[in-house]
Every structure is written in C-alpha cells, then in structure tokens.
Design a protein. Sequence first.
Length: 187
Amino acid sequence: MKRLQHRAENIYANEQRHVSQASSCKFQEFHWSLNNNGPDLSGVHPLVPLLIYSDRHFPPTSDPQPIRAHSDPQANSHSRIPCIHSNSTRRPMGAVKKPLNAFMLYMKEMRAAVRQEVNERESAAINCILGRKWNALSRAEQSKYFDLAQKERLLHLQLYPGWSARDNYGKRKRKDNHRKITHDSSS
DNA sequence: TATCCTTTGAAGAGT
DNA sequence: ACTCTTCAAAGGATA
C-alpha cells in the first residue's frame, strides 16, 4: 500500500508538470464515435456516447437484437427482463453489473490519457492519481459525470427493472472480508 | 487462475 | 437514521 502510494505521489508530482496538456483527446474519441459509427447525437451531452455505446449495455455484436425490455411479461417471471445479450461474447444471464457511478465514469474516460501521460501501467497507482484529479475538479466539472451517472442508472433501471445490487453480493471470493479494517489498522 | 490493490460513489445490510 | 460493507473498472502484482 505504502509502495503504491509512494509511486502514485511521484507520478502525480511529475504529472502536475504536464497538467495543462492533459485531457482533450477523449472528447475527440466521442466525436469519432459520433462521426463514424453512431446515429446523429449532435444534440446530446458530449459524454452520452460513452453511455450509449457502453459494452455494459450494448456489447459489440454482429446481429444486434432489439431491446424488448417490457414487451414480454411472461418471459420475466422472476421480475427480471430476459438478458438481451445472448451470444457467447455477451454477458451471461445473472451477471448484470452495477451501473457506474460518477467517479467510475470519470476513470473510464480519463484512464487511458493518464496512463499515457504518466507512463504508468499499474491501475492501482493510476487510480490514486485519478482520485486526486477527481477531487481537484470543481463541482461544475464533476456535475457532468454525476449527470451521466444518473442517466446510467436510469438506463440500467429500464434495462434490468428487477435487478438489485444485492444480486452481485458475495459473488467474489474474498480472502479477507474485513479488508478495509485491516488496511486502516495497518496504515 | 483467482484475488488483491487503489480510488469514489451508490446501494444494500446491519445496528 | 446512521454506519459499515460490497461492488462497480482496470491491469499489474501476488499467492
């Protein structure tokens, strides 16, 4: 932990020198998506493509299927919609992930740029930097991610109306169920 | 090969 | 109502 923190601090110090250079490329990626793949989304929030084209909800597929979320109540006997991702590359039924929160969306957008910027590959160190950058953002700057996260939650609710976060509780096997307490006591 | 590390925020569980 | 815990992403490190 100390090792990662130290590494992140060094990286962050170096990163500060380049802070003015950081950042604009991701929006260009969105525009690429708009210009090359997607429908006309010129009227929507610039971050919405990140949500709309998210493989969380619409993974790449050669035979896209229409969403039938509420159209077949009999297929929803467990108060969940049938999974629209049925081929092998799609997420199996019962493995619906939590919608991303604002910070997760920020990380997803900025990770590649920060990774390239600091020439660091370890996600734990990058996440420390991203956490600092996130906290350094103004509330106005953060608000677009909170807005997007709200859209993410609404879309998730529409796609998986019966889903609950508890569905994924206990899916991971943890060696230490009190990891956070252990960390706090060890630091 | 599975889990950890590390961050913030949402949501469920427990008190 | 409040606190605690888990899980979302990511990819290198570790057991």
